[in-house]
Design a protein around this ligand. Structure first.
Ligand code: PLP
Length: 445
């Protein structure tokens, strides 16, 4: 079997995939921490049988191991300290925002919508960092009103907007200047953000110093640090070391007390992949800071998203159609697709698939798992392996769907977005309910 790893993975995996038997069951490292088996051999997460859960809540559904999310938050906090923020864009809802806050993380929000959800969850403004490229006047106002801890300033136009908003307002807003350090991370072009040719931030060699100087002249704004984010799904810690090396002299010259290196740590999606841990990542960053002689009093922080939530989540689908094209391939159609997981379409991302009713079975059947949307590109798992007795009506699961699945979900073909179910201690609770046709119609005037 040659699994198509997808461009993100091909470009980024510095550890060559281990030669796993093509029929091997799903790798343990791709599943949430608290998995087990029910008496009938079904996969359980936090003591909840995934097949029963699908019956109770319907499919498709996003299921998260709550304890897994908490453990990852604690790891991030231990690795980077109290300035570390969870990047809400990876997966955002009130329950997740609250969980991250309870575990001691700040939250990075990138739009007024993400800000509103965090505030509705009861997160205090001083635990929020407002990001976003092309922030509107309304978004900046909302951030100021909420008393966010930091605004990461992205462009000269944004500086103009901020300047007029703070004029005569009283108080001081702490800001970071977002810099593109000219580092090309080893990842997919669409999720690469640190290179010079980028819509984000100020070029380190061109505009960053001028932006910092302008911010320093504005009464009511205090420049407290430098921010950069070089991309997402990055497996090589040396990319982050290059980022630190590029930024350290600028931080030292400015004499600011904070450097946020952004998010971007990759996760394994496929049986043969491995990724650095949050601890490995922080260790590499710290060592790069020492090598770059960053003053030790500078607070170095990060904003992991995917690394916290991806592996905690599993998507459950139901198989509706199996179509055999002899000599060509077998198509297995499920009741979701690109509307709940656009990553395969956007980046050619690879996933695994398995049947929760028999997670330990050999996967002898080669198939393409596809969605229900009106596009040939609506692929869920391009080269899936599944047990040979797969049948219509089976619950089929894709692991590692906790990041950029629900948060990137759409209503294409007027499909309602799936619910989010948190499981913990043998109990399941819906934290975001399924979107209904009534929800969709509510927007129509
Ligand atoms: C500014 C910023 N911080 C953090 C992140 C989180 O990245 P990841 O989920 O890859 O850790 C992103 C992702 O796009 C981002 O743009």
């Amino acid at each position: 079997l040659t699994l198509d790893l997808g461009p993100e993975s091909r470009a980024s995996a510095d550890v060559p995939p281990e030669p796993l038997s093509s029929e091997a069951p799903i790798g343990r490292h791709l599943l949430p921490i608290n998995v087990g088996r029910s008496p009938s051999g079904h996969l359980t997460v936090a003591g909840v049988d995934l097949c029963s859960l699908a019956e109770e809540f319907g499919t498709p559904a996003f299921v998260y191991d709550e304890e897994h999310l908490r453990v990852r938050c604690r790891e991030a906090l231990a690795a980077f300290g109290p300035g570390v923020a969870y990047a809400a864009k990876a997966f955002h809802c009130k329950a997740m925002a609250l969980l991250a806050f309870e575990e001691g993380l700040a939250l990075d929000v990138a739009t007024d919508g993400e800000l509103a959800v965090a505030l509705a969850a009861g997160i205090p403004g001083d635990r929020l960092v407002l990001h976003g490229s092309n922030k509107s006047v309304h978004e900046l106002e909302a951030g100021l009103r909420a008393g966010v801890a930091r605004i990461a300033v992205d462009s000269f136009d944004e500086i103009d907007r901020l300047e007029s908003l703070v004029a005569g307002r009283g108080g001081v807003q702490d800001v970071l200047v977002r810099v593109t350090p000219g580092v090309e991370a080893h990842t997919h072009e669409y999720v690469m953000t640190g290179q010079v040719d980028s819509k984000f931030g100020f070029g380190l060699d061109s505009a960053a110093a001028e932006a910092a100087a302008r911010l320093r002249k504005i009464e009511g704004v205090r420049l407290v640090g430098v921010h950069a984010h070089i991309g997402s799904q990055i497996f090589r810690t040396d990319s982050f070391a290059r980022e630190v090396a590029a930024l350290a002299p600028f931080v030292s010259d400015l004499g600011v007390g904070e450097l946020c290196i952004g998010g971007g740590l990759g996760v394994a999606y496929l049986n043969g992949e491995t990724a650095p841990t949050l601890v490995d990542w922080a260790a590499a960053v710290r060592s790069a800071c020492r090598d770059a002689r960053l003053p030790p009093e500078v607070r170095v922080t990060a904003e992991p998203g995917r690394a916290i939530v991806a592996t905690a989540g599993v998507t459950l689908y139901r198989v509706g159609t199996i179509k055999d094209l002899p000599g060509i391939r077998r198509y297995v159609s499920v009741d979701g697709g690109m509307s709940d997981n656009p990553r395969p379409v956007l980046y050619g991302s690879g996933y695994e698939a398995f049947l929760p009713r028999c997670p330990d079975s050999a996967r002898r059947l080669a198939a393409r798992v596809v969605g229900k949307h009106c596009e040939s590109g609506d692929v869920v798992v391009e080269n899936a392996r599944l047990p040979a007795d797969l049948a219509v009506g089976d619950i089929l699961a894709t692991p590692v769907t906790g990041a950029y699945g629900h948060s990137m979900a759409s209503n294409y073909n007027r499909v309602g977005r799936p619910p989010v179910v948190f499981v913990r201690g043998g109990r399941a609770r819906v934290v975001v309910r399924r979107e209904t046709v009534e929800d969709l119609l509510r927007l129509e005037l």
